[in-house]
Design a protein around this ligand. Structure first.
Ligand code: C5P
Length: 216
């Protein structure tokens, strides 16, 4: 049973990986199944929110009642989020965004030649930090998947990106799995959750963020 804790709220989420093309058939991507982001989209919907999901390439079906905008690259995800964020009360960044894109991408398939091709990279915008820094920023929730020093790295990230709520998990444990063990970090400190199915982790995150949400 889920209370309608987000009734009347507009929630914008990012989920899945991004894909940065190198040429017509190759690219750089991150490991992300999209499961956690999609579970959160469903949990927000079940809590009564109107949900828009900006999704990178995944094999998951669009949740019923959720508006999905499909994107491929980080630049496209950034653009879609900026277009939608104005009418959002909550922004939840779950996507595993590629930190870099290919500067010298080729329109056509690169052919094997005499020399090994050199891939030049340039930095992608940080979507979460951009949104959190907007003058009329929605309530922002971030994720941090770390492979070591989880709480220290995650809390540093929470402060740097200026988000009130950050969900920390160990990358080795979370990726592709149906269960997750997370710690919620907010101004009051660290709130660890037990190992739970991603569906229940999502419901716990929604309950926590709804309690922190400023009254409007
Ligand atoms: O990659 P990083 O560990 O910094 O990601 C932490 C949080 O920032 C995640 O919520 C992720 O979705 C978000 N992020 C983003 N845009 C980026 C990189 C990360 O929104 N370019």
């Amino acid at each position: 049973f889920i209370e309608k804790r987000l009734a009347g709220k507009q929630v914008l989420l990012t989920a899945g990986p991004t894909f940065e093309p190198i040429d017509a058939v190759r690219g750089i991507t991150n490991v992300s199944s999209g499961k956690m982001g999609y579970a959160l989209a469903r949990a927000c919907r079940d809590a009564g929110a109107e949900v828009t999901l900006v999704s990178g390439p995944t094999s998951l079906p669009c949740p019923v009642g959720v508006r999905r905008l499909d994107v491929v690259s980080a630049a496209e995800m950034h653009q879609a989020v900026l277009q939608e964020v104005g009418r959002s009360d909550v922004f939840i960044a779950v996507a595993a965004v590629a930190d870099y894109r290919v500067k010298n991408r080729s329109e056509h398939k690169l052919k094997k030649g005499d020399s090994v091709p050199v891939i030049e990279l340039e930095e992608n915008p940080d979507i979460l930090a951009t949104v959190a820094g907007l003058p009329a920023a929605p309530f922002c929730v971030g994720f941090a998947a770390e492979s070591q020093n989880l709480l220290e790295f995650a809390e540093t990230k929470r402060r740097r990106k200026k988000v009130p709520l950050l969900v920390a998990n160990l990358a080795q444990q979370a990726m592709g799995a149906d269960h997750n063990e997370v710690v919620l970090l907010d101004d009051a400190g660290a709130h660890p959750l037990p190992v739970l199915p991603k569906e229940q982790v999502a419901h716990a995150i929604v309950a926590h963020l709804a309690a922190l949400l400023p009254q409007r």
